[in-house]
Design a protein around this ligand. Structure first.
Ligand SMILES: [Zn+2]
Length: 496
């Protein structure tokens, strides 16, 4: 379903549509004034919801009771906020907005309007847009939508002097959320339908559309460049590994301001260290880091941000085969680090190492953020709502955390303790690719840090928990990919 957002003045006598939505909280920050019959009715709903302890959103009322005060709308939806949901205030707005879309499409309405009063309304315009755009998402590549509505018209009703500003905010937020939804599409796509070369082709199309330089390294180039992690991890697959770069130049200066590196394991069987069958299908999503990077590049180009950013994707399919790499193998990287493979299922860090080195050698990046569905340990430690954040630069970590918070993606710091370095030691190589049963997210981070040079600011985002939801969750109204980190990284680049 497409979302078409327009901004109009919040004059309820002339507005029209199917469903008029009032977001209600105790302070009436977003609703018309107290004397308005709509607000009076809304307050009754709010009280009623509190009394009955009904913690759900969709309350709708026929407009016939309101004698013209509800414009030419068929329904009024009262969406109570701050009713004790297990959500922070911003997520309540996003979720309420998403549920309005859901209500409308289920009732075959194709036009909804959010009433936003005065300046306080501005603070939530972005959240409303995020809620409707992310909430409306469905994965329809293999199955038609169950809803007949193709386009949902969403009006933001704001004070007359604020229409322009609201349009700007809405336009920007929607572009970013559309990019996040694009990431969701490729993460949801089956592993056999999106192999490493397919990820590269998808990215190349986006790069071309936005005039970005695109560099693709195929297998022979990888050999020439000594990108040994990719060559080993991809050795057991009929689909050869690739590495590519999308180079966005928003500023005139020469240097690259930021390199993003995204893990692109198109499917992870675990390789010879085969995963158990149950839930293995979810491993089609092991390229969510690459999806985040590719679509962040799309978002920053759409917004025309004034930074130079290169997006780097090392991509391989990890499968067992006669040619597959083996536990016990030793991989010698070009920066002098040799790695003993203890599990072929800890492959993400092996390919990310190539990506990190390429970012520094070829693009001279001095600030790098990598994104990866890296460890089950991170998922177990932080659950589905917190991305694990590890960094060698506190300022970079703090900025990322702040940007994440402003768009509803929570980042939580995990340590890179020097005393855990010894967990990675190997008797036959400099390090091994697993650090034992404890602190798995941190030892993966420590592994990656071995590939970050002196003076380079680096942060690692482990999205093993946040890239996917297994059921409807918050404003993600369908299970599957969430498009994690597209919003955070775009916001971060915008504020660099
Ligand atoms: Zn793996």
């Amino acid at each position: 379903m497409n979302i078409k957002i327009t901004v109009s003045t919040n004059d309820l006598l002339s507005a029209e549509g199917d469903v008029l939505v009032l977001l209600l909280d105790d302070n009436l920050r977003y609703a018309p004034n107290k004397r308005n019959p709509l607000t009076k009715e809304g307050m009754k709903w709010l009280q009623d919801a509190k009394d009955k302890k009904v913690w759900d959103y969709t309350f709708a009322s026929s407009t016939s009771d309101f004698k013209g005060n509800a414009g030419k709308f068929k329904f009024v939806g009262f969406m109570p906020l701050r009713l004790g949901f297990f959500q922070d205030a911003d997520d309540q707005v996003r979720t309420a907005a998403a549920k309005v879309v859901d209500f409308a499409r289920k009732h075959h309405f194709d036009s909804i309007a959010f009433f936003l009063k005065s300046r306080s309304g501005y603070k939530i315009i972005d959240k409303v847009v995020e809620g409707v755009t992310l909430g409306a998402y469905e994965y329809t590549e293999f199955k038609d939508s169950i809803y007949p509505i193709k386009t949902m018209k969403v009006q933001l009703l704001v004070p007359a002097d604020g229409v322009r500003e609201a349009e700007r905010i809405a336009h920007e937020r929607q572009a970013v959320c559309n990019a996040a939804n694009g990431a969701r599409d490729i993460v949801n796509r089956p592993g056999s339908s999106l192999v490493p070369e397919g990820i590269a082709a998808h990215a190349a199309k986006i790069a071309k559309k936005h005039g970005m330089e695109f560099t693709l390294l195929r297998k022979d180039d990888l050999k020439k460049g000594n990108h040994v992690g990719l060559l080993n991890v991809g050795a057991g697959s009929a689909h050869p590994p690739v590495m590519f770069a999308m180079n966005y130049r928003g500023a005139r200066r020469k240097r690259v301001d930021l390199a993003l590196v995204g893990k692109g394991i198109s499917f992870d069987t675990g390789g010879i260290s085969l995963k158990p069958w149950s839930q293995m299908w979810e491993m089609k999503g092991d390229m969510a880091g690459s999806a985040a990077v590719i679509h962040t590049m799309e978002a920053i180009a759409t917004l025309g941000l004034k930074q130079n950013v290169v997006g780097i994707i090392p991509s391989a399919e990890n499968r067992p085969d006669a040619k597959a790499y083996l536990p016990g193998d030793i991989i010698s990287y070009k920066n002098g680090v040799s790695v003993e493979v203890h599990s072929t299922d800890a492959e993400g860090r092996l390919v990310l190492a190539d990506g990190l080195l390429w970012a520094q050698d070829k693009f001279k990046a001095t600030t790098i953020v990598d994104v990866a569905t890296l460890t089950g340990a991170c998922l177990r430690a932080l659950g589905l709502n917190y991305t694990g954040l590890m960094a060698n630069d506190d300022k970079l970590a703090a900025k990322l955390t702040k940007c994440g918070a402003s768009v509803g993606e929570k980042l939580w710091p995990l340590p890179l303790p020097v005393e855990y370095e010894e967990l990675l030691l190997s008797p036959v190589a400099k390090i091994k690719n697993v650090g034992g049963s404890y602190a798995g997210a941190s030892t993966a981070g420590l592994f990656l840090q071995r590939f970050v040079g002196e003076g380079v600011s680096w942060a690692h985002l482990d999205i093993a928990g946040t890239s996917d939801c297994d059921k409807k969750q918050r404003y993600f109204l369908v299970p599957g990919a969430t498009g994690a980190m597209v919003r955070t990284l775009t916001d971060f680049i915008g504020r660099m």
